[in-house]
Design a protein around this ligand. Structure first.
Ligand code: FAD
Length: 481
């Protein structure tokens, strides 16, 4: 009989495959069950393909203003969307091969097939064995010591708003478009909706971005959201932003190649009206839901609350040998969250005692043009809690490198406790801020105060100087503003 595996991971997405590699590094015998492709949503339908498309949009926007840099491009700059998509496919393909070879290098067994969690059975008195159905119809039962559920999520829709994949689409369909629509209504202005709005409008598509909350990027600081709304609205191909607006799903009409839907505008105010929105396509980006139905959990004691799996701070479910990580939980649905949760879970399985994850200080990034990045609490949240705070803000226009780059929009905003100077939030909008937010993450991990961030020497000329200046601005001591 084959040796019992220490851990099986159901789902080989970012959470699952990273957990498997760490498990192997810790000397555990590990296998991943994957029904599609290792790399999961992030690699095949999320982070990577969307950023590849955004990068092409960014290049297009840069080339269109090449004159500002003294560079004359002869003739019209044209877009070859087919090649944009082909480039995206190539990047995804390369990274997919990379993940496959990493798993091989670490001797992680990948079992291809659809897995279902089993309750107590003849194979084990504990729940947590997995039945795998393979493409050829063959079935395999694996009975590991521990199971990690990492089956991820899928796009949500609104009740009544049927996604047909042609006129009404979600992000999976948008990533596979063979040609650009002339116009699109995007329902939902979270990170994914805003990224699509930014990208489509850079490609010359007329975008109407609809959001029920009073601001776009509802989880972000309101100053940052307002700045992004202003910048998206003042582009050559403007994004029309409709906040405090709810679409009325049952008014959806598809006539020929046109989609129309009614929307309630200025919801909750005395200016409430109904408007009809029309476009070639409607993209639904109202969030994602955990993919945990049909995986057999009803045969176990694993608890589900409002559609997500309930775990303790070490990602253990009510079944002591079953863990869950990533998008199946009620934690931020981000790739780096999934992978860190996966690492934490296998470290617990290996008998280590890792620190609980500090969810308040997880970096959140939105890859619009310009980018948005943050950690910690928003100013509005802290004020609503009655916290005494100090806020420092520094605009990129005061930074030499931003002037050199021709990208002076945006700012860094830092929030600290008024008495202790402890870092409570960092909110940035501007070029490359998604690469810069890690400094704030490290500062938070090391318990640095805002002032200590200001003491760190930031090289000149770099965009990161804006972080140092914002930190000094918390004490009213910024140099260049
Ligand atoms: P997934 O990556 O969804 O992996 C789950 C895996 O489980 C899949 O491979 C699936 O095939 C497999 N599976 C499911 N059920 C079974 C079964 N029964 N048997 C076997 N296998 C199964 N996050 C970021 O941090 N940054 C970004 O920029 C970003 N951009 C995004 C853009 C878009 C358009 C989308 C949709 C998402 C984006 N995300 C981003 C979110 C990120 O992709 C997810 O948070 C991350 O992929 C979650 O990882 P996971 O391992 O929990 O699940």
């Amino acid at each position: 009989m084959a040796e019992q595996l220490d851990v099986v991971i159901l789902g080989g997405g970012t959470g699952g495959y990273v957990a498997a590699i760490r498990a192997a590094q810790l000397g555990l015998k590990v296998a991943v069950v994957e029904k599609d492709k290792v790399g999961g949503t992030c690699l095949h339908r999320g982070c990577i393909p969307s950023k590849a498309l955004l990068k092409s949009a960014d290049i297009l926007a840069t080339v269109q203003k090449s004159k500002d840099f003294g560079i004359q491009v002869e003739g019209n700059v044209t877009l070859d969307f087919g090649n944009v998509m082909a480039r995206k496919e190539k990047i995804v393909g390369n990274l997919h091969k990379g993940v496959q070879s990493l798993l091989k290098k670490h001797n992680v067994q990948v079992i291809q097939g659809n897995g279902t969690v089993m309750g107590p059975s003849i194979f084990s008195p504990l729940a947590g064995a997995v039945r795998v159905e393979k493409a050829d119809g063959e079935q395999e039962i694996i009975n590991p010591r521990n199971l990690i559920i990492a089956t991820g999520s899928r796009p949500k829709t609104l009740p009544g708003l049927t996604v047909d994949g042609t006129h009404v689409i979600n992000s999976d369909h948008a990533l596979e478009l063979s040609e650009l629509p002339k116009s699109v209504i995007i329902v939902g202005a979270g990170a994914i909706g805003c990224e699509w709005a930014s990208m489509f409008s850079d490609y010359g598509v007329q975008v109407t971005l609809v959001e029920f909350a009073p601001q776009i990027l509802p989880l972000e600081d309101e100053d940052v959201a307002a700045e992004l709304a202003k910048l998206l609205g003042r582009r050559k191909t403007k994004v029309k932003i409709m906040t405090s607006t709810g679409v009325l799903a049952d008014t959806l009409k598809i006539e020929g190649d046109t989609v129309s839907i009614q929307a309630k505008v200025n919801v909750g105010t005395d200016k409430e009206t109904i408007e009809t929105l029309t476009a070639d396509k409607l993209l639904v980006s109202v969030g994602r839901e955990a993919a945990i139905d049909n995986i057999g959990l009803e045969a176990t004691e694993v608890q589900i609350d409002r559609g997500t799996i309930v775990v303790d701070e070490h990602f253990r479910t009510k079944e002591k040998n079953i863990f869950a990580i990533g998008d199946v939980l009620n934690t931020p649905q981000l790739a780096h969250v999934a992978s860190h949760e996966g690492i934490h879970a296998v470290e617990v399985i290996a008998g280590l005692n890792p620190h609980p994850i500090n969810y308040a200080m997880i970096p959140r990034c939105t890859y619009t043009r310009p980018e948005v990045a943050s950690i910690g609490y928003t100013e509005k949240h802290l004020r609503s809690e009655g916290r005494e705070i100090k806020v420092g803000k520094f605009p990129f226009r005061g930074i030499g490198k931003a002037q050199v780059n021709g990208e002076i929009d945006g700012f860094v905003k830092m929030i600290a406790d008024a008495q202790t100077g402890d870092l409570l939030g960092v909110h940035m909008i501007g070029q490359n801020v998604t690469d810069m937010i890690s400094e704030a993450g490290l500062a938070a991990l090391l318990d640095a105060t805002a002032w200590e961030i200001g003491l760190a020497i930031h090289p000149h000329p770099t965009l990161s100087e804006a972080i140092g200046e914002a930190a000094l601005a918390v004490e009213g001591m910024a140099i260049h503003y």
